[in-house]
Design a protein. Sequence first.
Length: 312
Amino acid sequence: MNKLFIGNTDRSWFEFLAQRTEIEEVNFWQPGGRTVFRAISPGELFLFRLKSPVNKIAGGGYFEWADRVPLSAAWEIFQTGNGVSSLAELQQKIERYRAAPIASPYTTDIGCIILRNVFFLEPQDWIAVPQDFPLNVVKGKSYDVESESGAQLVQAIASSRYAPLHNLHVAEDTEPYEVPGGFIMGMAKIRIGQGAFRGMVLETYQRRCAVTGAKVLPILQSAHIQPVSAGGLHHIRNGILMRSDVHALFDLGYLTITPDLTIRASRRLRDEFNNGEDYRRLDGQRLWVPPTIARQPHPELLEWHSDVVFRK
């Protein structure tokens, strides 16, 4: 961990989540939706500063991922992890901060900062902000952990019985990713949660189904190539964005994708359902993938799905 960040925190958001410690991931949302948070790296500390007159650090969490996400998707993915009880309440809060109505939650982006291992300190244990923290800053401030202020904060958090230090990030290429029959080398094992995985896949695939090209947001889902129940990870190379019906058929093995990114449709669609022509037309077409290889489906995972799940 090289840095930490102190973020100015909505008091109602904080109090809502402090009563719901069973939530695994929280969304520290930003109402503007114009920029993406990049101040710290995955696994580094993000601390909650309650603004004046409190002006103290009351808790925090460990940064997983950040991006701009449609308001409706933020609710669908993180639910009460957004610090509110409903989509309507989340929209009302965003509108209040923006001082303007939102035309549609499906087309309006907000900034999302996803945190795990969140902790909330008791009031008697709240920590004073560093003396060099600017009280008029809008979003917050980052600190190097080796600086005087940063080191003091790390020590204060480490000493807290409520917040043992964690580290979500494991360096890339240190561990092989095991699949039946072998190993995949070179996949970073970043312990992100289901919510961060879903949001990451949604944005990586530019909010379009990689199989059909559909862009209707409410029917898009983040599919695991190798399910978590079969040992798969919440990792971008184990994910593909799919239309909900395509996702269902992929999970059941009626559709697959070969390591060279060719879509295959099982003949059982016709044999078992006497139908499925719309899906059988997909056979032989090429999957759309993001341009960065490090974010494309891993060939060995695709091979696993073709060999183990696909109904030949």
